[in-house]
Design a protein around this ligand. Structure first.
Ligand code: GLY
Length: 369
């Protein structure tokens, strides 16, 4: 029988063992856990997350928990209908319905939450945090996620803006030449559809496109968190979930090491467990930028589907990783560097303020279409 004294001894031993294992896993080298936490909070994000990192760092500076701070930053992007890749105003699925994905991971508790293909919830990152905080589950999907939102008093709203509806209708009209939808004359495009094409590219109707916001951050205690939120692949098959709600792919945080996430072709990220891979690379002593490049190399090496490769065998799609480590070092890398006039960029905020920086990249220029 386990007496109270033996129980306490066993519990103390288990705790010491746990600490030992964590230290061993963290690979306590000069490059990882043994470094001092940053003197100022740091947050790194996708290019569209500049306001998110600014807010997250402000809130962490004021003493907020890193995940609370980051989710508040991400909500700015989710609320903005001008960002048609995240939250309210996101590009809908092939049936014209906005379905959102999001995940969060909290370093200090090692807990995570996520929602996928949820409809009517403007701030899916907040809902993912609620899954983490109030359930024993990690991922709720579709109607169940929406029901969970309703049970928690989260308002259910129409997230399809008039502009997103027009864009979806235009996509339907242009899908095929032999269906019952007639293409509107190119010279008489609705100004909002024209604006969308100018921003996201004319081939948007024939090439898969994604957009997403990821934020990873660390506070001055060295506590980490991450969050990813998206409306996913434009005009996706209803129910499709990308990497954003998948813990270990679109978002992963280990409080002993760092936090990472991604934007871009979610299917490619899921196949290499990208967020987890980046954190593992940092655990082995790689800088955040090197770790992001390693994950991209894995994707490039493991993509064998010829429809996804260009004539030189390089992935034709876009994907980026973002990472920060426990000491506040940060970095990002993109599969493609982008044209000189529009290089691939990411957002960062730290003691020097919020700014955009160029991503490291695996291949120069634009992906071949
Ligand atoms: N990375 C976003 C998505 O694939 O949905």
């Amino acid at each position: 029988m386990l007496t109270r004294r033996t129980f306490l001894a066993v519990a103390a031993g288990a705790a010491a063992f746990g600490r030992g294992v964590r230290r061993a896993l963290a690979g306590e080298t000069a490059k990882t856990a043994s470094g001092a936490p940053p003197a100022h909070p740091v947050a790194v994000s996708s290019e569209n997350g500049l306001r998110a990192v600014q807010r997250a760092v402000e809130r962490m500076r004021g003493g907020a928990d890193p995940l609370d701070a980051i989710v508040e930053g991400v909500a700015i992007i989710e609320d903005d209908p001008a960002d048609m890749t995240v939250g309210y105003g996101g590009v809908p699925n092939e049936e014209g319905v906005v379905q959102l994905d999001a995940s969060v991971m909290h370093g200090p508790t090692g807990r995570a939450g996520a929602v996928a293909a949820v409809e009517g919830v403007k701030n899916p990152a907040r809902l993912a945090k609620l899954v983490m905080e109030t359930t024993d589950h990690i991922l709720l999907v579709g109607a169940g996620a929406r029901r969970f939102a309703e049970q928690n008093g989260v308002p259910i709203e129409n997230l399809l803006t008039p502009k997103a509806r027009k864009v979806w209708l235009y996509w339907k009209q242009n899908l095929a030449n032999d269906d019952n939808w007639l293409e509107p004359p190119r010279d008489k495009l609705d100004p909002e559809v024209r604006e969308f094409i100018d921003k996201y590219g004319a081939d948007i109707f024939h090439e898969p496109r994604h957009g997403t916001v990821h934020v990873s951050g660390v506070d001055t205690r060295g506590d980490l968190a991450g969050c990813t939120s998206t409306s996913g692949l434009f005009f996706k098959i209803p129910g499709r979930a990308g990497d954003s709600p998948i813990i270990g792919a679109g978002c992963y945080t280990d409080n002993d090491v760092g936090s990472a996430g991604s934007t871009g072709r979610g299917e490619a990220d899921i196949l290499v467990c990208g967020g987890h891979t980046v954190v593992e690379m940092m655990r082995q002593g790689k800088s955040p930028e090197e770790a992001c490049l390693e994950a991209l190399k894995r994707i490039a090496a493991s993509t064998r589907d010829t429809r996804l490769l260009d004539a030189k065998g390089r992935p034709k799609f876009s994907i980026k990783f973002y990472a920060v480590n426990k000491r506040g070092a940060y970095g990002s890398a993109s599969m493609w560097g982008g044209p000189p006039e529009k290089p691939a960029r990411f957002s960062v905020a730290d003691g020097r303020g919020a700014r955009l920086e160029n991503c490291a990249f695996l291949f120069p220029g634009k992906p071949a279409r």
